[in-house]
Design a protein around this ligand. Structure first.
Ligand code: PLP
Length: 478
């Protein structure tokens, strides 16, 4: 191959670069032609790929050919407007271009000096976003890859906040640390507990009310009980927009308890947090401004491609105390700059802020607000269809863009039979490849979740999804 010791020649980069940009534009314009859920079986993709890397470099034409033949059919299309599963995350033109540049610079922002623009752009866009969601400048922001990692850092800071020297001693010989959350809290909190030596037995899951929100009095009781046993309560995780049903814990009341008990309050709003940009949604976020740390994922519902999670903390010094460790080769003379490596376990970091910068500037605050509002409107609309149909019932309030419901035809089916029916219904919907939905269990009930947060979603998509759901139920009943 020509030019063996150097990069791809510039002419070739331009040729395939344009070709791939065309490819992406076509892909996004024609996304509805693909089945939303990849129609492959386990192993299908692998079996079409060679066992070994090529000895000799191959032409880019051949690589693009395999992209089309092997990779594309094995991809589930998150950008598809009928992707209504999980918490959908969609990418956008400006977000994709931000990714492109991030790879082009390939600047590693370990310390300010290693990428000054990366550090200061991250600071700037996170300050912009902080203001948009109504937080004061006492909050310091940092980007991690995912909410799971943001939360793990928050809980590590909470552990540090106890004043016991975990850094040096680990958890040896110290009282048992206790973290409080609910049954509805995301599994990433459990994973953080596993990672940080708190252990699953160090988690107390506080009971929730009929809307799946934490009951503050039960939290007070649990803290009292733990203290009387000689355990060490240290952290409460409250969620605004839980994963299963988008429940909202009463953060303001929980903040009162945390203040009184001197516990770290972490707010997980990975999914719903972006809607704090809307004045009419402020009531869901009451008390968030009292949290010690907050996680919000722009990669979920703000059209920034994965990965992009923000952790805000009002106690950056504690986070830094938990993690800062500066080897000789990373010592730099600049003062009053942020060296992001001081605030977490990772040293190297991608130039992620470009993506959010592009998205915020291109769509503008108003543009983003309009899109979020439209999703919220469509969710209310879908909920009204469910409510008006006697063959269906809604199983949780609709606060954001997620509707939890199930089929409940009028004939008297038992709970077990309803669970079987709804599982079959979900399966038959997904099997069509036209819409992708997932389920959860709420109070033992098999619950179908429909999520509206995709950039390309319009009313017609929600309408056709509803039509398909009703059609599949009729087929099952006949
Ligand atoms: C999605 C979600 C998470 C996990 O997010 P990742 O970025 O995938 O780690 C955590 N908490 C809540 C409430 C979520 O919705």
């Amino acid at each position: 191959m020509k030019n063996q010791l150097h990069d791809m020649p510039s002419e070739e980069f331009i040729k395939y670069g344009y070709q791939l940009i065309d490819w992406v534009a076509d892909y996004l314009s024609n996304i509805e032609k693909f089945p939303v859920l990849a129609q492959v079986k386990p192993g299908d993709v692998k079996s079409n790929l060679p066992y070994k890397a090529p000895e000799i470099g191959e032409s880019f034409d051949k690589i693009i050919d395999d992209l089309n033949k092997i990779i594309l059919p094995g991809t589930t299309h998150w950008n598809h407007p009928n992707f209504m599963a999980y918490f959908n995350s969609t990418s956008s033109g400006p977000g994709i271009l931000g990714e492109l540049l991030s790879a082009a610079f390939n600047a590693n922002g370990m310390v300010w000096k290693s990428n000054p623009a990366g550090t200061e752009l991250e600071e700037t866009v996170l300050n912009w976003f902080r203001e948009l969601i109504g937080l004061t400048p006492i909050y310091f922001g940092i980007v991690y890859d995912t909410a799971s990692v943001s939360t793990m850092h928050a809980i590590a800071a909470a552990r540090e906040y106890t004043g016991l020297d975990f850094r040096t001693n680990g958890v040896h010989g110290l009282p048992k640390l206790i973290l409080y959350c609910t049954e509805q809290t995301h599994s990433s909190i459990d994973k953080a507990a596993i990672t940080l030596g708190i252990g699953l037995n160090g988690i107390r899951k506080i009971s929730t009310d009929e809307n799946f929100a934490m009951i503050p009095n039960k939290l007070i009781d649990a803290i009292k009980e733990d203290r009387s046993k000689g355990n060490l309560p240290f952290c409460v995780v409250a969620t605004i927009g839980t994963t299963s049903s988008t429940a909202v814990d009463p953060v303001d009341s929980i903040a009162d308890i945390c203040e009184k008990e001197n516990l770290w309050l972490h707010v997980d709003s990975a999914y719903a947090g972006v809607t704090a940009m809307l004045p009419e949604m402020k009531n869901y976020f009451k008390g968030m401004e009292r949290a010690d740390s907050i996680v919000i994922n722009p990669h979920k519902w703000l059209f920034v491609p994965v990965d992009f999670s923000i952790l805000y903390t009002s106690k950056p010094d504690v986070l830094k105390r938990a993690f800062s460790l500066v080897p000789e080769y990373l010592k730099t003379p600049e003062e009053s700059v942020i060296n992001y490596m001081d605030y977490g376990i990772q040293l190297g970091r991608r130039f992620r802020s470009l993506k959010l910068w592009f998205v915020l500037r291109y769509f503008g605050v108003e543009g983003l607000q309009q899109r979020l509002r439209e999703h919220l409107r469509l969710a209310k609309l879908f909920a009204s269809w469910v409510d008006e149909n006697s063959n269906f019932e809604r199983l949780a309030p609709v606060y954001f863009g997620t509707i939890c419901f199930r089929a409940k035809p009028i004939n008297n089916l038992s709970e077990d039979e309803l669970n079987v029916l709804n599982e079959k219904l979900l399966h038959s919907i997904n099997e069509t490849g036209k819409v992708f939905l997932v389920h959860t269990k709420l109070k033992g009930k098999f619950t179908i979740r429909l999520v509206i947060s995709g950039l390309r979603m319009e009313e017609k998509h929600v309408e056709s999804a509803w039509k398909l759901i009703k059609e599949k139920l009729r087929e099952l009943e006949s």
